[in-house]
Each structure stands twice: as C-alpha cells, then as structure tokens.
Design a protein around this ligand. Structure first.
Ligand SMILES: Nc1ncnc2c1ncn2[C@@H]1O[C@H](COP(=O)(O)OP(=O)(O)OP(=O)(O)O)[C@@H](O)[C@H]1O
Ligand SMILES: [Mg+2]
Length: 237
C-alpha cells in the first residue's frame, strides 16, 4: 500500500492544484524569482494559510524590515505579525541585529547561519510551529563566501529544521540559489516571460520530490488580494 502523505496548502488555490494538492508536510521548499516577482507575497500566503487553519507560523524576514512587511501585506488584506503569526526581524538595519548579523566586521564563515539556526531552534522549541518562512535565504548565503562550506551548513540547517517537523518555505533570488535547489524537496520558480508583445508573470514547478506535479509554466497575477495562479492557462512564448 502506498502511504498517504500529508499535504499542506500554499494558500494559493491554483498553485495547490499544480502541486497535486499542496506541498508535502514537514519538508523544505524554495521559491525563486527576480526582484518584485511576488516571492514575499507567496511566502505570506503560505504562512497565512497555516494561521487560518489554527497553526503557528514563524516568518523570518531578512531584507524587508518587519514594520514594512506588515504594511505591505496589510495592503493585500493579510494581517501578519499578530496572534499565531510571529515575525522575526533579522534585517541588517534592525538596531538589535541579534539574529544573524554580528556587530564585529570580521565574522567567521558560517557564523551568521549558525546564529540564525540557533535562534530559530530556540523559537521552535518555545512554541509548536507548523510553518516556517525564511525570506530571503540569499541574504544569509552572502555571509558565507565559500560554496563548499555553504553546502555543508545548508544541509545541517535543513537537518535541524526537519527535527521540528515544520514545513519550510525559503525565498531566493534567481541565479543565486544553485546549492539550495539541489538540497530542498521542491522548487517553485516565478518568471517574467515575453509573450507576444507583452511581458507576463509565469509560475513553474521545477522540482517536487515525492509527488507528481504540473510541469507546465502557468500565468499568475498579483492583485489587491495577492497572488492568483491560473492552472488551466498556458503562457505563449
Ligand atoms: N495591489 C497590487 N496590485 C498589483 N500588483 C501588486 C500589488 N501589490 C504588490 N504588487 C506587485 O507585487 C510586487 C512585490 O511583491 P513581493 O514583495 O512579494 O516581491 P518579491 O519577489 O518579494 O521582491 P523582492 O525580491 O524585492 O523582495 C510589486 O513589485 C508589484 O509588482
Ligand atoms: Mg521579497
């Protein structure tokens, strides 16, 4: 008998359909795309989908300060950062700089990642979280200049997260996420493609371990309600 896997909604109906019902619970995923593609919005949909189901969600923001994130997401109708939705501000401009960035300029390789992991683990022990977002992971990677070192640290990072049985969604800038792509359980790509004389937004699943999925590039829109994916439509290039 084939064991049933637990599916986790991304909060975007069309994307869940492309994923054959949703992400597989307890695993780590990557959303990659160019600036302004909607990575943060997608990650917020994912976290909110959990909160709406009574789960706890932890959102680590590394580039956009928490107050700005709250403001931007509120405009799309998401009430983030209250109740079961916890935001950790790990941006370098955060005066406390407590989570990732060391005050000393001569931080050792991987130290920042270790700091992130330690504070994440502490938070995960404190509360029973089901969903974790790291937005973007690229920011942490930049603090580890050596690729081999990064690979090792990233693997250890995934292993630690697995212990807490949380579903993890990380965002990354395109072309800066090679290592992660191999190591995570699935990759969702956001693209801007030329379709005739227009530029359209398109979404594609390029990897999904343990599941069948729609491999076709599908159009998506960002509106006042967030991201909408059209799983029946195709993008003509
Ligand atoms: N109400 C809206 N209607 C249409 N588009 C919107 C709306 N609100 C935001 N957007 C689009 O969403 C984009 C921002 O989305 P988001 O912050 O998720 O992008 P991102 O991929 O995280 O970008 P970055 O790499 O800069 O972090 C804007 O560039 C804009 O195009
Ligand atoms: Mg973003």
């Amino acid at each position: 008998m084939i064991p049933m896997v637990k599916r986790v909604s991304t909060g975007i109906a069309g994307l869940d359909e492309m994923l054959g019902g949703g992400l597989i619970a307890g695993r780590a995923y990557l959303v990659e795309g160019p600036p302004g593609a909607g990575k943060t919005i997608l990650a917020t949909h994912f976290a909110m989908a959990g909160v709406d189901r009574g789960e706890n969600a932890l959102y680590v923001t590394l580039e956009e300060p928490a107050d700005q994130l709250k403001e931007d997401m509120a405009r799309l109708g998401f009430n983030v950062g209250s109740g079961n939705f916890k935001i950790v501000d790990a941006t370098p401009v955060n005066p406390e700089r407590s989570v990732v960035f060391s005050e000393s300029p001569d931080i050792e390789f991987g130290e920042s990642f270790e700091r992130l992991l330690n504070s994440l683990s502490a938070e995960l022990r404190k509360r029973d979280y089901q969903r974790v977002v790291i937005d973007p992971i690229t920011m942490v990677k930049l603090t580890v200049p050596n690729e081999l070192e990064y690979r090792k640290i990233f693997l250890a990072f995934l292993k630690t997260l697995r212990r807490y049985n949380v579903t993890v969604l990380m965002t990354a800038e395109v072309e800066k996420s090679d290592v992660e792509k191999y190591l995570v359980s699935g990759v969702i790509r956001l693209l801007r493609v030329e379709s005739g004389d227009k530029i359209v937004r398109a979404i594609q699943i390029t990897k999904f371990r343990g599941s069948a999925f729609d491999e076709v590039m599908r159009p998506y829109k960002i509106t006042n309600q967030g991201i909408q994916v059209f799983p029946e439509e195709t993008v003509f290039i």
